[in-house]
Write a protein that binds this ligand. Structure first.
Ligand SMILES: Cc1cc2nc3c(=O)[nH]c(=O)nc-3n(C[C@H](O)[C@H](O)[C@H](O)COP(=O)(O)OP(=O)(O)OC[C@H]3O[C@@H](n4cnc5c(N)ncnc54)[C@H](O)[C@@H]3O)c2cc1C
Length: 422
């Protein structure tokens, strides 16, 4: 076991963990012993969450040094929870397999991303957690338990579980046959066109993102098209929805070197080198930032986007860039897309909390009529009751957590605030 003081903060540096100690076990047996002996414990993946979700005042357990495992079997892959999506993809792709979707960056751990409902985009793509078919987790007593989709009736409570049920050591993910994607970026999408054609725009490709600084004249439209799909081998039109096809690679954040982004300009490539916006070997996003994201039901998409354009001047001083994406409905109890398709409204802020928090409050006021729920892993200031109100299965989740963790070993201040025990 290795103590690693360098891991005492998250990736963004805005959360300094309160943990008494940080440990990185090198075997599942060692992990089981640590958990069984802990007063309080919490898993840490790659630390890419901006909220205090991973924090504990006890033992913070990094999954980074647990044995790496990747076993492909019968249309599924079983991996160690701490593996990064990018490392997994590099094993899957040469074997002709793919995951259905990826987030904007491949640097995050599979278990940590699924625990918070991390998502990419696509009207027909659920969050990354929807690919989870089974989990092995070490529960508070140190016991290793397995849950499987279709076999355990509370499985849907285990997948997006915020680290509250135990430490996931293995995840089985559904695979699909490998596919090629090409990425086209269009510049100059206007607010009026976005509002008038929001459904058509997000239905236009396998995965669609709109990057915007809330300037009515100049959003970017990113289309990720499957080469085997309906538009995949057609000559890309020079104009889509009134926006112009970019003829040079672009970074979503104006002024940043596009070397960090995955290949654009319509060059086809393997799924894992096009679906994320950022390349595994480079710093993702701006690198020095805070992030916030809210989910609203799809029927509110245009009105919610309109409300954000209306406060563009208020948010812009704190903003690097916003991204709008879609996520398909699922059945996972703590999913922001539980039983409803959602639009995800994301903000990459400057890393200056004093400037950012008033902007977050303004966004929350603007979105209030649409009952927004925040991303579990990002910064927000919504009242706890408003967060909990977004989850109709919260009570069932709390009962499950009490069963799996009767001594509240995995409970932390974040859970006490947003999902207090009954
Ligand atoms: C640059 C950047 C880009 C991002 N892009 C996106 C995006 O495109 N879409 C999106 O939805 N989000 C995005 N995020 C947010 C990010 O995906 C989530 O915060 C995600 O949870 C990070 O995974 P992680 O491994 O770093 O988890 P951590 O931050 O380490 O942990 C998150 C939670 O998961 C729990 N956890 C971690 N590992 C385990 C385990 N093995 N067992 C049980 N619980 C565990 C922790 O206890 C904690 O509660 C981005 C973040 C950054 C920094």
């Amino acid at each position: 076991m290795v103590s690693d003081a360098a891991m005492a903060a998250n990736w963004a540096g805005n959360v300094r963990f309160r943990a008494e100690r940080v440990v990185a076990p090198e075997s599942v047996g060692e992990l089981q012993e640590i958990v069984a002996g802990a007063r309080k414990a919490r898993a840490l993946g790659t630390g890419h969450s901006f909220s205090r979700i991973a924090d504990t005042d006890g033992t913070l357990i990094s999954t980074a040094r647990l044995p790496r495992r990747i076993r492909i079997d019968d249309g599924a892959v079983t991996v160690s929870g701490g593996i990064r999506y990018g490392d997994l993809a590099r094993e899957l792709a040469p074997n002709g397999w793919a995951l259905r979707n990826l987030g904007s960056l491949p640097h995050i751990s599979v278990a940590g991303a699924c625990a918070t409902g991390t998502h990419g985009s696509g009207d027909r793509n659920g969050s990354l957690a929807t690919s989870v078919a089974a989990l092995d987790l070490v529960t508070a007593s140190g016991e290793l338990v397995s849950v499987r989709r279709g076999a355990d009736e509370d499985f849907d409570g285990h997948v997006i579980a915020l680290g509250a049920l135990g430490i996931t050591v293995a995840v089985t993910l559904d695979l699909v046959p490998g596919f090629q994607v090409r990425q086209l970026v269009y510049e100059g999408l206007t607010r009026d066109t976005l509002l008038a054609s929001v459904e058509e725009i997000f239905a236009a490709s396998y995965s669609v993102s709109v990057f915007t600084g809330w300037d009515p004249a100049s959003s970017q439209l990113w289309l990720k098209q499957r080469v085997d799909g309906p538009e995949g081998d057609a000559e890309p039109p020079a104009e889509r929805f009134g926006a112009r096809l970019a003829t040079r690679p672009l970074h979503p954040v104006p002024g940043i070197d596009p070397t960090h982004t995955t290949q654009q300009l319509g060059v086809p490539g393997p799924w894992h080198e096009r679906l994320p916006h950022f390349r595994l070997d480079f710093t993702p996003s701006a690198g020095d930032e805070l992030q916030t994201e809210y989910f609203v039901a799809r029927e509110h998409a245009a009105a919610a986007i309109d409300a954000l354009f209306a406060i563009g001047a208020v948010v812009r001083p704190a903003l690097q860039i916003s991204e709008i994406r879609t996520v398909a409905a699922d059945t996972l109890w703590l999913s922001p897309a539980f039983q409803r398709d959602v639009m995800a409204l994301h903000f990459t802020w400057l890393s200056a909390e004093a400037t950012v928090m008033p902007a977050i409050a303004a966004v929350e006021r603007a979105l209030a009529p649409f009952s927004p729920v925040p991303h579990w892993g990002k910064v927000f200031s919504l009242p706890p009751a408003a967060v909990r109100a977004g989850y109709p299965r919260a009570a069932e989740f709390l009962a499950l957590a009490a069963r799996r963790d009767p001594e509240a070993v995995f409970r932390n201040q974040y859970l006490d605030t947003y999902l207090p025990a009954a």
